[in-house]
Design a protein around this ligand. Structure first.
Ligand SMILES: C[S@@+](CC[C@H](N)C(=O)[O-])C[C@H]1O[C@@H](n2cnc3c(N)ncnc32)[C@H](O)[C@@H]1O
Length: 244
């Protein structure tokens, strides 16, 4: 599966000499990002900043699979990018249907190609366009979980500072939560590792816990996921069993 891209802006970098200088650190991380990079992964330059590394995408997919309510059979990846999460969600085998929405056509082309490399292209329903419109097709469908890894507004998240989610660009926490919660009680948001937890806590329903999980590579947190809705994690179930 090594077809070369036939469009400007879509790349299959095979050698460090071809790789853009300003992105060089990603070259050395390419197999951490895509284990099957050498089978001909397609990327855009922008995609390197936002793609979820494969081990993290797999872990998130496993966490969602084990904790989502059993009656939920459909998952939507609202910001599919080049496919990091959508591929992992499809590979988990948990879902009857996986939908992937992406508004940039070149990025979407990469996602479809990368899903072919991982053997799950036909398991994903691809929706071109703006997720805030495309999500309407799930109105009234009670079986849906929404996963969203939005853009965070650049690469400077302030290493030590707390990331203000009210100022996240182009979509802040309020916009994301409200837009997706209309269509599903179960929403997972992938956010900067230094996100303001107090801002997140405001969305917890009365008397209920809101799960936040950090995802790390080599001991360093890369990002966190907030699990809104009725997700049940194993440890929590064990705690409840002990109490009863
Ligand atoms: C952080 S990246 C997602 C990365 C993805 N999880 C992956 O592993 O490849 C965010 C993506 O959202 C897309 N995007 C931004 N606004 C969008 C919108 N309103 N609807 C759909 N896609 C959007 C961008 O083009 C970008 O590809």
């Amino acid at each position: 599966m090594s077809a070369t891209p036939d469009e400007k802006g879509i790349h299959q970098w095979r050698h460090v000499d071809q790789f853009p200088e300003q992105l060089k650190k990603y070259w050395f991380q390419r197999f951490k990002i895509w284990e099957q990079y050498d089978r001909g992964i397609w990327m855009t330059e922008d995609a390197w900043f936002g793609v979820t590394p494969e081990p993290i995408a797999n872990k998130i997919a496993a966490h969602i699979a084990e904790s989502a309510p059993k009656e939920k059979t459909v998952i939507v990846d609202a910001f599919a990018g080049v496919g990091g999460n959508a591929i992992a969600l499809a590979r988990s085998g948990r879902w009857e249907r996986v939908f992937a929405i992406e508004k940039d056509p070149k990025t979407m082309k990469c996602a479809k190609h990368n899903a072919e490399i991982y053997g799950v292209s036909s398991k994903i329903f691809w929706l071109d366009g703006d997720c805030f419109d495309a999500i309407n097709r799930f109105a009234g469908n009670k079986n849906v979980v929404i996963f969203a890894s939005p853009p965070w507004g650049g690469t400077e998240y302030g290493e030590d500072n707390i990331f203000d989610l009210t100022k996240m660009q182009p979509y802040n926490l309020e916009k994301l939560y409200k837009s997706f919660n209309k269509y599903s009680n179960e929403v997972v948001l992938y956010l900067p590792r230094n996100s303001d937890l107090n801002q997140i806590a405001r969305y917890a329903q009365d008397g209920k816990k809101l799960e936040v999980a950090h995802y790390a590579i080599m001991g360093a947190s890369k990002a966190l996921c907030v699990y809104f809705g009725d997700f049940r994690f194993e440890e929590e179930e064990q705690e409840q069993e002990k109490e009863s």
